[in-house]
Design a binder for this molecule. Structure first.
Ligand code: GAP
Length: 522
């Protein structure tokens, strides 16, 4: 029987641990909730993702430069940014199970359940009517679907209003009216809904009196805003220009689930693009398209991406969208693109008392620049790559192989060199080939077990090429190269290996796609 997506997801998570991609943090002490460590293969894959992002920003754009700001920042930063007062999630506890939930997530799950009911009716009808099925008509006329849709509309409206008005009593009332039960205790014995700030805090300074409460940054963006003038002046940057940064961020997520999708310590790749006021929506559109192309160039499948425009905008934003990826648990946000107006720079000017403006020589005037932000989670990107790469294949003869069909550019190891046997000078020849390749490609060496088993091991970690050295190699200078996805093998000259591997794993292949589609790169 075919596996459900949930079962495949669980297996992928187990695979990540078994093959050195991701381990639970401090596992010998039973782990720490929603915190993970990347293993020997995971860190390579993650670094390749970061490199692809960093270079797509800073190599392909003359007017984007990088920084690496500290995680600790002056506490006033977070007053100015609004995080101290408003970076909250609505929390509710079940008195019987003592479990804590996000009230908004409970309601969104309820909305999801209604959507599932509608989808089930649609799927049933499609089966019944076959090719003649008109889904739009069915949705408009089927009484059961109409009833569910009405329920969904009513609930969605109540929920949006409660969230927009920050009405915690109404959120609780919705949970009661919808008869939402705790998944653990099965009861409706709920506390009131409270706001919970997501920032972690600690103290800086040695004495209790002199210590200052500081926060672990919940986003990397503020490190860019507070350095706007430093970078603009020292780099003699002219608007429009961008500042890119990759770094850790921390959020005390209440509902942490779905593996590395929602973590308490995670990594972001953010770029703030500073533009003239009034030109922000043009740049917003530009960055939407560029970022989607960046994702699609990896070849995970164009149909797996969609934009989700925000209906409810933060008070400082005048446009916002998410790039969502089709995870096994539905379309989920991987990246956010936000038009943040001049909110952040103005707030920092106000709280610091410093003038944060740009003199535009073409307009001969000073202004506070507007900002377009692109913000992507490294870990979510890692997860989307893993979810689409993990495959279980039944081979001729009934054997099963688990293979990670990773984009070769991102694969942790590009090539594994194997002597057919551990004698007759084959290991020495194989080592020579490793030495020839290792300056350009992450190369491994394996001489243990049968060739078949060694191929499987490399499939499981996504290595695109295996190179086998046999007795003929010593005479004809040729080796067998085996391609991961097709399992095809070809006999090639040792001196051609470099070119064959390079053609497949060169990140410039992706950059060319990005640039070709956009001759007018900012
Ligand atoms: N500076 C804007 C900002 O931080 P966000 O939508 O809160 O915006 C941006 O976060 C991205 O960071 C998300 O699209 C997601 O990929 C990632 N992210 C946010 N919270 C996360 C978490 N708890 N675990 C993993 N990734 C997270």
């Amino acid at each position: 029987m075919a596996q459900t997506q949930e079962e495949t997801f669980k297996k992928m998570v187990a695979h990540c641990k078994e093959y050195g991609f991701v381990f639970p943090s401090s596992e010998i002490y039973d782990g720490l909730g929603a915190v993970y460590d990347y293993g020997q293969n995971g860190v390579e894959l993650k670094n390749n993702i970061k490199r692809y992002w960093w270079e797509a920003m800073t190599l392909l754009h003359e007017n984007i430069v990088g920084i690496d700001a500290a995680i600790f920042m002056h506490p006033t930063t977070w007053k100015a940014s609004g995080h101290v007062d408003a970076f909250n999630d609505p929390l509710i506890d079940n008195r019987d199970s003592k479990k804590r939930y996000r009230a908004d997530v409970l309601i969104e799950d309820q909305l999801g359940k209604i959507e599932d009911k509608i989808q089930k009716e649609v799927d049933k009808a499609r089966k019944r009517f076959g090719d003649t099925f008109d889904e739009a008509m069915f949705r408009q006329t089927n009484p059961r679907v109409m009833e569910h849709q009405q329920h969904w509309n009513m609930l969605h409206e109540r929920y949006s209003n409660a969230m927009n008005n920050n009405d915690l009593a109404e959120l609780k009332q919705i949970i009661l009216d919808e008869e939402i039960v705790c998944p653990i205790s099965g009861t409706r014995n709920w506390t009131d809904v409270r706001q919970f700030n997501l920032m972690f805090s600690t103290e800086m300074g040695s004495t209790a009196d002199g210590a200052m409460k500081i926060y672990l940054r919940p986003e990397t963006a503020q490190g860019i805003f507070v350095n706007f003038l430093n970078v603009q002046k020292t780099g003699r940057m002219k608007i429009p220009f961008g500042i890119a940064q990759i770094g850790k961020a921390f959020r005390n997520e209440i509902v942490a689930r779905q593996f590395v999708f929602r973590m308490r310590e995670f990594e972001q790749m953010e770029m703030q693009f500073f533009v003239r006021p009034g030109e922000e929506l043009k740049w917003f559109e530009h960055w939407k398209q560029f970022r989607l192309r960046w994702h699609k160039a990896l070849g995970l499948g164009d149909e797996k991406y969609r934009f989700h425009d925000h209906e409810k905008l933060a008070h400082y934003a005048n446009a916002a969208t998410d790039i969502e990826f089709q995870m096994p648990f539905g379309f989920k946000e991987v990246e956010g693109i936000h038009s943040r107006t001049d909110f952040d720079l103005s707030q920092h000017a106000k709280f610091s008392g410093k003038k944060i403006e740009y003199f535009d020589p073409e307009l001969n005037q000073s202004y506070t620049p507007y900002v377009i932000e692109t913000s992507i989670g490294v870990d979510r990107m890692f997860l989307s790559v893993m979810c689409s790469a993990y495959k279980e294949e039944v081979l001729e003869g009934g054997d099963m192989r688990v293979v990670l069909m990773l984009p070769p550019v991102l694969a942790p190891t590009k090539v594994c060199v194997m002597p057919l046997v551990k004698k007759d000078g084959l290991p020495e020849k194989a080592r020579e080939i490793v030495d020839m390749l290792k300056f350009d490609f992450k190369t491994s060496y394996d001489e243990k077990d049968s060739i078949g088993k060694r191929y499987r091991r490399q499939d499981a970690v996504g290595t695109p090429f295996c190179v086998t050295v046999d007795h003929d190699t010593l005479n004809d200078g040729c080796v067998t190269i085996r391609h991961r996805d097709t399992m095809e093998q070809e006999r090639v000259k040792i001196e051609d290996l470099h070119h064959i591997i390079y053609k497949a794993v060169d990140v410039k292949n992706l950059y060319r796609k990005l640039v070709a589609a956009d001759d007018n790169l900012a």
